[in-house]
Design a protein around this ligand. Structure first.
Ligand code: GCW
Length: 665
């Protein structure tokens, strides 16, 4: 059987007809609201489109009822149990299907979950399900520029801008809103981050009507907009002489500006700010700290119920590589930990998962768990900046699962997963991987990363494997194709780790684009990410006797990472400077392990390519060949990594590979 997928439709593919057609033929809605009406409309439209059920929206005698739990209980005398905000109940009997939300958004989420379960063959008479998101803040932040280019975007041009204007295909934006809502995303930041881009312009009166129009497209899907704004706006837009957050005129300017913005978008979720980060303006310009900076903007949002997302990506990016006293990895903790408890209630600090920058192999940031009096979120990248740029297959939920597993050792229930579930981490943010490419994500299989991100925000206890299987089965309607695709996904991250920078040294990428190897590309640069390889050793000593970074962790973790004998070996060069003849747990030297992993990484990609080729007769030609081309490019990339890394270390050390494989002189 040929598995003919419509890449544009992502995880909403056409299916054979379904058993409960009789009940699904009519959808009843008894309460009126924008989101509920959309939920009912989505259900009937998608049933008709994908399940061959001609479904219409009707009154209370319909076979399928949609509503809120309190609404349905009151109107029909039901006894549906209540759940958490944005949660839902699904109940299927032989006379009725009920999809009820704790609130209107919950009902919409219930509809999408129902459709997914229907596609997976998991809806039957007797199905009862109650579910709710673990965290209320589930966001994506677009880095799109007003020019239409997407910073670190690998899937075509921006969905929102073109040539200096807000300019979009309305249907495409609605389809995007559907994708987001179907995986539970409820916040979307637009407006770029750098330079005089949209972050500046969107908050002017000439563009606020555009923002209002976009907000209206996302609203029925329960997605609220956030705006990326610039800290310097009071003087760049407002013509004030300063942006000093303690200056009364600046405070008043932000207040007025927020009031104006909220007239256009009354339910705006708030602002996102990248301050004192990579040359962006910030409170340091005025000798103020980040709590003073953030609180000034937060105060302007507070009367409107808005939140301020304040990014913690603050470090010195003009470092002298000769100066070994500065360690970039320390920066976020050094800046923000002393301010714990000083941020306004509506500030959310957004902390990158690692101390560096979305690296393939880097530890979890010591800020997690260490902040105890401040609301903060976890930030990851769905866009594959350092993870193969949607040319290489790299299934990110594999990595995210491990991040969530990390035990901060601050008190009981101290893994990131538990902190998130218990509300000690207040949400999740990420940069999406989408653009105007027909399949949204460049690499069709990279849709799994977007899907997985939303699913993990909703339920951090899902495993990467569960998500891979779910996504594959939703996208590839043939079971054996779906099996192979999940296998590919699950193999991909470990393979990528193997051919990338070894054992946590990070940043061996080409400085310009971050795709492909350049072993010393960052070695003499101002960015603060050095490996300092010489003839004998490599890595940075971040122990107490080194840069002290390790002491930023809770004592048990400081001890664990601080000793090479207990440090997880995958990260060993992040924490330690080791000689190439250091013997690792498998009895082989560090150098031999570097050689081995790089040969293996390449071989893994070769194997993945073969697995994909095995699907040729099972897939439609377009999907097959577009992914095939990417696997071929990935193989070339893996080869480049393998040979450059191995040759580099061979030339440094003069020590040959124990298995005498080909290393270039
Ligand atoms: O990973 C880095 C990117 C920058 C980006 C920055 C950030 C938008 O290389 O391009 O800036 O992260 O997180 O702000």
């Amino acid at each position: 059987m040929i598995c003919n997928i419509k890449e544009y439709d992502c995880w909403f593919q056409r299916r054979a007809s379904v058993p409960l057609a009789r009940l699904l033929g009519s959808v009843g809605l008894l309460e009126q609201s924008l989101v509920l009406e959309n939920a009912a409309g989505e259900l009937s439209a998608l049933l008709t489109k994908n399940f061959a059920v001609l479904s219409v929206v009707e009154g209370k005698d319909a076979g399928t009822l949609i509503g809120t739990i309190p609404g349905l209980n009151a109107q029909l005398g039901l006894k549906l149990p209540s759940t958490k905000p944005e949660g839902f109940v699904i109940k299927v009997s032989d006379t009725r299907v009920i999809i009820a939300g704790q609130d209107e958004i919950g009902a919409l989420y219930g509809v999408y979950r129902f459709l997914a379960l229907l596609a997976l063959g998991k809806i039957n008479v007797g199905t009862e399900l109650i579910d709710a998101p673990a965290t209320q803040f589930r966001s994506l932040t677009h880095w799109d520029n007003i020019s239409g280019d997407v910073i670190r975007g690998y899937a075509g041009k921006s969905l929102f801008y073109n040539n200096g204007r807000v300019d979009y295909d309305e249907q495409r934006v609605i389809d995007y809103a559907r994708l987001l809502a179907s995986i539970g995303i409820n916040r979307l930041a637009i407006g770029g981050t750098f330079g005089p881009g949209p972050g500046q312009l969107l908050i002017t009166e000439s563009m606020l009507p555009d923002v209002a129009r976009l907000a209206a497209l996302f609203r029925p899907f329960g997605v609220k907009l956030l705006l990326n704004v610039k800290f310097s706006a009071p003087y760049t837009l407002g013509k004030l002489p300063t942006a000093d957050p303690l200056d009364a005129d600046v405070v008043a300017w932000w207040k007025e500006r927020a009031d104006l913005i909220y007239r256009y978008v009354p339910d705006l979720a708030g602002f996102v700010v990248k301050a004192d980060s990579e040359m962006e303006p910030g409170p340091f310009d005025y000798g103020r700290n980040h709590a003073e900076g953030a609180n000034a903007l937060a105060a302007a949002l507070a009367p409107h119920g808005g939140e301020l997302v304040w990014r913690c990506f603050v470090y010195n990016c003009a470092q002298d590589w000769r100066d070994q006293s500065i360690d970039r990895a320390r920066a976020a903790y050094d800046v923000f930990k002393p301010l714990d408890g000083m941020f306004a209630d509506n500030v959310l600090l957004q902390v990158k998962f690692g101390p560096y920058d979305f690296q393939v192999l880097e530890p979890v940031s010591p800020l997690f768990g260490a902040l105890s009096k401040t609301r903060y979120t976890l930030e990851v990248q769905v866009t594959q900046e350092y993870t193969g740029q949607q040319i290489d297959l790299c299934y990110l939920p594999y990595k995210w699962e491990r991040i969530l597993d990390f035990d901060t050792r601050y008190g009981p229930r101290s893994t990131l997963r538990e902190l998130l579930i218990d509300g000690k981490i207040s949400g999740v943010g990420a940069i999406p991987n989408v653009g105007l490419d027909h399949n949204w994500t460049g690499h069709t299989l990279a849709q799994a990363n977007l899907y997985g991100y939303g699913r993990l925000c909703w339920d951090p206890s899902l495993s990467a494997e569960q998500i891979a299987r779910e996504w594959s089965a939703l996208t590839f309607t043939d079971a054996s194709v779906a099996d192979t695709v999940s296998e590919l996904l699950l193999r991909s991250y470990p393979a990528y780790e193997k051919y990338n920078a070894p054992f946590g040294v990070c940043f061996m990428v080409t400085p310009a684009g971050h795709y492909g190897p350049n072993i010393e590309g960052y070695e003499f640069s101002p960015w603060g990410t050095y490996h300092r390889a010489d003839r004998f050793a490599i890595g940075i000593d971040r122990t107490g006797s080194g840069t002290g970074y390790v002491t930023q962790y809770a004592p048990e973790n400081a001890a664990l990472f601080g000793d090479p004998a207990t440090c997880p070996e995958q990260l060993i060069l992040f924490f330690h400077r080791l000689r190439y003849d250091y013997v690792m747990k498998n009895g082989q030297t560090l150098l031999q392990n570097i050689y081995n992993t790089h040969f293996e990484g390449y071989d893994e990609v070769k194997h993945m390519l073969e697995l994909w080729k095995g699907l040729k007769d099972w897939l439609d030609e377009h999907t097959y060949s577009s992914v095939l081309t990417r696997f071929e490019r990935q193989l070339a990339n893996a080869r480049e990594w393998r040979d450059q890394i191995n040759t580099y270390f061979w030339r440094k050390t003069g020590i040959t590979d124990a298995h005498v494989r080909k290393i270039y002189e």
